[in-house]
Design a protein around this ligand. Sequence first.
Ligand SMILES: [Zn+2]
Length: 416
Amino acid sequence: MPRSTLAQAAKDVARRLEQLARVSDERGATTRTFLSPAMRRANALVGGWMRGAGLSVREDAAGNLIGRLPGPSRGSKTLLMGSHLDTVRDAGRFDGALGVLLPIAALGAARDRGLRLPFAVEVLGFSEEEGVRFSSAYLGSRAYAGRLRKSDLGLRDPDGVCVAQALSEHNGRSRPLPKPAHARGELLGYLEVHIEQGPVLESRGLAAGVVPAIAGQTRARVSFTGRAGHAGTTPMSLRRDALAGAAEFILEVEAFAGRRPPLVATVGRVSAHPGAANVIAGAAELTLDVRHPSDKARRAAFAGLRRAGRTIAGRRGLVFAATVTQDDGAVLCSRELTALLERSVRARQGRSLRIPSGAGHDAVVLASLAPVAMLFVRCRGGLSHHPDEFVSTGDIAVALEVVVDFLARLASEHPR
Ligand SMILES: [Zn+2]
């Protein structure tokens, strides 16, 4: 297919992303949260683009937008492609939306190229991934995969509205918990195109790379307890300074992870009590976030950091405690689909790069329903969740060509 046609299609995607970014619940910023008025308008806009590409469009009970291109026969298997249409507050225009608009353009480009797909395709715009409204992520993809739990329906937003209420207001009636949209055997896989949200591709001078695995996460609340005291009258040798212990621990977390790539570990928040300039801190609380593509390595790292915390506390006469608040396993992407995607990336840019995803994505949930693969696209400075988030139109064209090539390879491997 001529590069000029793809370049034009990429420009169309860039223009649509700009247009979609103006669909917002807030004036002057891009904000779309689960089942909000802006999400309704976003689904109408994107649904129109899906229809234009020949897809039949519907919305499921959880507000997910689904565009379907039928296969050649009733028993045809289905390939899923998509990402989320909700955003964080004051978001950029690429996170999520790129992974919905790019597949629509890829199907158009494949058709123009005369590619007849021997399978059905569903393009998905998930209604909730960011966890903004109900402080719980993946509500959209979990509903699609039939993994919404009864307890999720009781979650409340800051206005006191619960998920069940929001859903029935959105649908005009209450419905039971959604069932999985597909049986696993019906699906070929799920491909998610997403901005990298990190600096690796940019540092290697590459437009696109593949994701072999999505890291698991352990989050914990950590505390050091010592004894508060007067900053003027307590000699240094008699102190049990909880904040100094916490400081030593923070540096140890950094050094520990630094010696064990691709492990990443972060203390993102710290508070001292009583928190006065002239009082030695009697207690310090911190958050700890540990991520690794291997669950075994992540658990070992967390155990190691816990031991390090105890050692530091013991030496300083402090008490150390760590409570796990979140523990999500890693998700391995499909070896077959990833290898195929890698060939498409190599065909376009000469080489490919495997980047484990440190951030969670809808693919984490879809992995319970189908084999998954992810394509990462370079974003400027690795910046995301910010209005300055940026992907060049040239890089969109590369990703588009990769996805069209992937569809062609998948079609040629598929039994007709
Ligand atoms: Zn995202």
